[in-house]
Design a protein around this ligand. Structure first.
Ligand SMILES: *[C@@H]1O[C@H](CO)[C@@H](O)[C@H](O)[C@H]1NC(C)=O
Ligand SMILES: *[C@@H]1O[C@H](CO)[C@@H](O)[C@H](O)[C@H]1NC(C)=O
Ligand SMILES: *[C@@H]1O[C@H](CO)[C@@H](O)[C@H](O)[C@H]1NC(C)=O
Ligand SMILES: *[C@@H]1O[C@H](CO)[C@@H](O)[C@H](O)[C@H]1NC(C)=O
Ligand SMILES: *[C@@H]1O[C@H](CO)[C@@H](O)[C@H](O)[C@H]1NC(C)=O
Length: 453
């Protein structure tokens, strides 16, 4: 995959797919006869699989494809998915972004793929910046002609400079790296200058999103870089109240969890299996939270949980890292998702993916893709101030509406919406990102030109 990004223009699979989707476009370069022949064969085979798929699996539910599609996506399968995903004209409310066009800049490797030398770069919590890039390269909305693009995706990986001290991503270099990338594109192309970046899209997948800082007070103090304030940010950070780090056009995206790890867990423990843990939390939970610049970690919520419920037999609370924690989530009824330094948490995605009812304890947290995922029906919210009443609150839910929450939560479409797949699948996280961009088409320079003529 890394290699695949290194040489995107040599990967003729894109072109074939693009040509199938946009027949009017001339091929970007002349092919040798034997290559052409090879691809004709490839297309025929794909079409064969595609059509036989159609005939034998007409009413396939999304659930089935989620479960059976566990290995890496077969080309014909990907083709089918992207065709399916772009033929939604009859349902304009959900993902009819057939004519959306995104140009993906090809930047020098120091801005992105060089970082992949560290394997963690594409797998950790903030790896949406890598996943969205990869999925876009492969998708039907990608255009190779910047003049017909609605949006310009700037693929800069800022979260992969892992500290040699604690292993966390150091993002001190993020602003200068982004600034330099913008210098690069604005000197090589005219598209940044003509709109001042208005139709340009970036991923900001760490704690405080577009502020590019891990601590809230510092993030607020430094704010969003001036040079990005007109652009569109895809960010994990989102709150319902006004916050300087979301004072920019943005889309709230889920954090990245490797889909393969979840499929592996679900292969061993089905979502509807036995859940013998009632309330689960594993993670950092200081008895005396560290006071860094006068701030309490998790605004003390985790400490309160620990103090009040450690020793309560209904609660399975663990403070140490354990690589097999997903198998604990899939065995649990309720999974606590308290804030950490930032309000959002990867637990939310893992809980949903593994069918454990997320109990969100982070006041004002804004969740990803609210038009696709009806969060109030699949999760619970407990106010930070009510954390000491958790036991009673959850007992009440268990006695009243737990089974209806679980039924909603176990809908495969819900789980799919939070997953970033290597190739875009209809209804997955990148698909919802595209849908969100489609809703911002008024920012497309190309379209405003067309409509004003
Ligand atoms: C293709 O799209 C149709 C219409 O929305 C949907 O019913 C079907 O499940 C989709 N198939 C796949 C494999 O995504
Ligand atoms: C990575 O982070 C370290 C520590 O913050 C910094 O000194 C270094 O310059 C960064 N590396 C790059 C390539 O930006
Ligand atoms: C865009 O603007 C910058 C700064 O004004 C300038 O240096 C650059 O040459 C411009 N780019 C193009 C392609 O004209
Ligand atoms: C936390 O540290 C700051 C600065 O060191 C100090 O002013 C503040 O009183 C401390 N807060 C608590 C609750 O200990
Ligand atoms: C379940 O009950 C809780 C508390 O009684 C309520 O807050 C929540 O909205 C209900 N959820 C659903 C999906 O009915």
């Amino acid at each position: 995959m890394a290699e695949f990004i290194h040489r995107p223009t040599n990967n003729r699979g894109f072109y074939v797919r693009m040509r199938l989707l946009h027949r009017s476009r001339p091929p970007p370069e002349k092919s040798l006869f034997f290559r052409y022949y090879k691809w004709v064969l490839w297309i025929s085979l794909s079409l064969y699989f595609f059509s036989s798929y159609f005939i034998s699996h007409k009413p396939i539910p999304l659930s089935k494809s989620y479960v059976t599609n566990s290995k890496s996506v077969h080309p014909s399968r990907a083709l089918f998915e992207s065709i399916n995903g772009t033929l939604q004209e009859s349902k304009p409310d959900r993902g009819s972004f057939k004519d959306l066009k995104v140009f993906v800049y090809e930047l020098p490797s120091k801005y992105n793929v060089d970082w992949l030398a560290n394997e963690r770069c594409s797998n950790h919590l903030f790896a949406a910046e890598v996943a969205i890039h990869r999925a876009l390269l492969n998708s039907g909305v990608r255009t190779f002609d910047p003049y017909e693009a609605d949006f310009f995706f700037v693929p800069v990986y800022v979260s992969c400079n892992f500290s040699t001290v604690n292993g966390f991503p150091a993002i001190g270099h993020a602003r200068s790296l982004l600034y330099s990338a913008i210098q690069h594109i604005s000197s090589q192309y005219l598209f940044w200058n003509r709109s001042q970046g208005f139709d340009h899209v970036f991923v900001a997948s760490h704690d405080y999103g577009a502020c590019f800082h891990a601590m809230e007070d510092r993030a607020i103090a430094v704010g969003i870089p001036e040079f990005m304030k007109k652009s569109i940010m895809l960010q994990t950070f989102g709150v319902e109240y006004k916050h300087p780090c979301q004072d920019v056009e943005h889309v709230v995206i889920p954090p990245y969890i490797p889909p393969a790890s979840l499929r592996k867990t679900l292969g061993k423990f089905p979502v509807t299996g036995r859940r013998d843990i009632w309330v689960f939390f594993r993670g950092k939970m200081e008895v005396n939270p560290k006071n860094i610049s006068g701030l309490y970690y998790s605004r003390k919520v985790r400490t309160d949980i620990w103090r009040r419920y450690n020793g309560d037999r209904r609660f399975y609370l663990q403070r140490h890292r354990f690589p097999g924690y997903q198998s604990e989530i899939v065995r649990s009824v309720f999974c606590l998702c308290p804030l950490g330094w930032a309000p959002w948490s990867p637990r939310l995605v893992e809980s949903v993916a593994l069918g454990c009812v997320p109990v969100i304890i982070a006041d004002g947290l804004r969740l990803p893709f609210p038009s696709a995922i009806r969060w109030p029906e699949i999760s619970l919210r407990v106010a930070e101030k009510d954390v000491k009443k958790l036991g009673r609150i959850l007992e009440h839910v268990a006695a009243t509406n737990l089974s209806s929450i679980q039924r909603n939560l176990w809908e495969p479409a819900v789980r799919r919406a939070l997953m970033f797949n290597e190739a875009v699948e209809k209804g997955d996280a990148t698909w919802h990102v595209m849908e969100s961009l489609y809703a911002k088409l008024d920012r497309s320079y190309r379209r405003s030109k067309v409509s004003s003529q």
